[in-house]
Every structure is written in C-alpha cells, then in structure tokens.
Design a binder for this molecule. Structure first.
Ligand code: UD1
Length: 354
C-alpha cells in the first residue's frame, strides 16, 4: 500500500507525526511525505520535524506565503504533479489549513482516495478561513477520522454517509503523550514560578488594530500582577510592530517556541490565553486553565469536558476571568474519551483493514 501525507503549517506536523509512525510499523507500507511549504521559517517548521522525529519530506512544494487564493492555487498546481502519475492508495490530509483543502481538492478531481484526519470539527463561523477549509475538505474526503463524537454528529447532519466516518480520537494528543516526558528538559533556566502564557494569531484578533491594541493593553495590565510570556507568531509580530507597541517589564515577547519548549511552558503555566485551536486541546489534556479569546470554538469538548473557557472577544470578561484565576479558583476539567495516545494506531488499523 502507498500512502502520501500532506503537511504545510505548524499545527499539521504534530498531527501527522504519530500517523506516519503507526503506518510505518505496518508491513508492506510505502509512505511519502509532502511539505507544501506554507510555513517555512526555521522556528515554524524545521525544528518541529527534528523534535517530532518526522522523516525529511520527500517533496517540498515551497509555496511560501501569499493571499488565500494564491497559496491554495499554488499548492494545488504543484501537488497535482506529485500524485498524478504515482497514484497513491491513500492521501492523508490534516486539520484545517489551506494545504489541507488544496491537496484534498486535487485528489478528488483525480479520483485518488483522501482521508481527512481531524474531520468534523465546526466553529459554525464561516468568516474563519479554517471553517471553509473544514467544511469543503469533509465534503470531498472519502474517509473521515474524527477526534470526538461531536465531529461525527456534525458530519452526519451535513449528509456524510456513516460508513465514511470513524471516531478514532485525537492524534495531537498522541504526540503530546509521547513527548511530554521530554518537555520539562526544554524549559528555559530562568522561568518565573507563576506566569500567564499567551498566543494570538487569528485574523479576527490581530488584523483589527483596535482589537489588537485592546488585547495588548489587557495583557500589559495582567503583567503587572503576574509575568506574561507571549511567543509571537510572525503575522502577529508584523501587526504589533505596526502599532508601535513597546511592552513593560513583566510582559515578555518571545520568538515562536519549538514543540517541546511550548509544551513545557503550557504544563507549568498558571493560565494560558490563546486563540489557537490545538492549544485548547493540549491545555485540556494537561488540565491547565485556558481562556480562549474567540467567539466560537470548533472544539466544544474542551469547554464542556475540559479546562477551557470561551471568553469571546470581550476584554472585560478576559480581565475578570484572569482575576478569578489569580484569586485561586479554577475550572476543573477532565480528558475527553479516546484522547489516550492511541488515535494514530486506530487510523493505521482502519487503513490497513482495507
Ligand atoms: C495558518 C493557518 C491557521 C493555523 C496557523 C498556525 C490557514 C488558512 N491558516 O495561519 O489555521 O492556525 O497557520 O500557525 O491555513 N509567516 C512567516 N513565516 C512562516 C509562515 C508564515 O513569516 O514560516 C508569516 C507570513 O508573513 C505570512 C503570515 O505569517 O503571510 C501568515 O502565514 P499563513 O500561512 O498565511 O497563515 P497563518 O496565520 O500562519
């Protein structure tokens, strides 16, 4: 059997790593890895390959940055030539980034079977580019691997036949479970005892200068009570420098962290403030309080079962929730079913069962 994995952006790498390993352990399997090059900086891409022990990509499409149409179109054009002649038995796409929909679309037109890992998640907010990527990928994929039961319900409601859907659990948690023992060794030496860990990169937060400066002001206030550590995504860094913002002493703007560094930072954080998808899941597994600065989440189990609180784009609410945490009260969460480190094994079993 010949399987091709397509990855492109930072959150894809930790999802593909365990699936590549699990399939590699099966006999008679040939695999190829395609990196679209959507993310290309050393600290957004290469370091993840090293730490996650993902093999070097067999193909690098080197598309780089651009508008959504440019990036998606370039990936499609370049990816088509990779699969057109080799005709894999399965192409695996991950998550909800532009690389995911681009590769799925190419395969569906060439009648090459596509499996979507992390299918069925919905924020119900079509202004998010990721929501469009999720909806369309799920409509054209042949096999849909869901991380939680809400995913199955969403897909069934959208008319996807039940026999295409497999509830396998969360592959991102597979990677976390495997690498957590190494994360503590990757922490910087001088880390404050208590700190709030921040990541922000969604267009809805960082592309609107008023929203971004409001957020920075709240974080600056928080940093007078507890150190704020903010590893800054490249798109956010551009926007912060356009605002001419200079942080105070307790507000530390860091470079993007590696997988192990960031995992260690999450584990030790007093609170995580984020607009990321995957971080809502990782904090849920780690039972660390998470405040999500978005109006919706495509990962509702992190709120209903986990330690996540959706504060919306409401800065007063963010201030209040941080106060509550600093006052020693925190939401108790538990770990959703099948987030057990064995999701990739289930995927490999399904693919190999034919
Ligand atoms: C993409 C995904 C988003 C995911 C995020 C994780 C889509 C639609 N969005 O958003 O779902 O949460 O990745 O990081 O696919 N840049 C660099 N170096 C890089 C990569 C990007 O400097 O290695 C800068 C470029 O200026 C680029 C900008 O970041 O224009 C945005 O990159 P892009 O891949 O378009 O989207 P992300 O915001 O990273």
């Amino acid at each position: 059997m010949y399987c091709v994995h397509v990855v492109g952006a930072r959150p894809n790498f930790m999802k593909a790593a365990p699936v590549v390993r699990a399939l590699g352990a099966k006999g008679g399997m040939r695999q190829a890895l395609v990196h679209t090059g959507q993310h290309y900086d050393q600290n957004m891409s290469d370091v993840f390959f090293r730490e996650l022990e993902i093999p070097e990509p067999d193909f690098n499409l080197a598309v780089g940055s651009g508008t959504h149409a440019f990036q998606t179109g370039q990936i499609m054009m370049r990816f088509e030539s990779v699969v057109q002649d080799s005709r894999p038995d399965w192409v695996l796409v991950y998550g909800d980034v532009n690389s995911t929909i681009a590769a799925a679309l190419v395969c569906s037109k060439l009648h090459i079977p596509v499996a979507h890992v992390e299918a069925g998640l919905r924020s119900f907010d079509r202004r998010m580019p990721e929501e469009i990527n999720r909806l369309l990928t799920d409509q054209i994929a042949d096999l849909l691997f869901t991380p939680s039961a809400d995913g199955d319900q969403n897909l069934l409601r959208e008319g996807i036949p039940a026999e295409r859907i497999r509830l396998v659990g969360n592959v991102m948690i597979d990677t976390l479970v495997r690498l957590l023992p190494k994360a503590a060794d990757s922490l910087p030496e001088k880390l404050p005892r208590d700190y709030a860990l921040v990541t922000l990169h969604r267009p809805s937060n960082v592309d609107d200068p008023q929203m971004l400066s409001g957020l920075l002001q709240v974080l600056e206030e928080i940093s007078r009570r507890v150190t704020v550590i903010f590893p800054v995504h490249p798109r956010t860094r551009q926007k912060i420098s356009q605002l001419g913002f200079t942080p105070g002493d307790g507000f530390q703007l860091w470079e993007p962290q590696s997988y192990l560094q960031f995992l260690g930072l999450q584990q030790r954080a007093l609170v995580v403030i984020t607009d990321s998808g995957g971080i809502q899941e990782e904090t849920t597994f780690l039972k660390v309080p998470c405040l999500t600065v978005r109006d919706s989440t495509e990962r509702p189990v992190t709120v209903t079962i986990g330690s996540n609180i959706l504060v919306g784009r409401d800065l007063q609410r963010l201030r209040r929730e941080v106060e509550v945490l600093l006052g020693g009260q925190q939401k108790k969460g538990s770990i959703p079913p099948l987030w057990d480190g064995r999701a990739a094994q289930r995927i490999a079993d399904v693919l190999c069962a034919g």
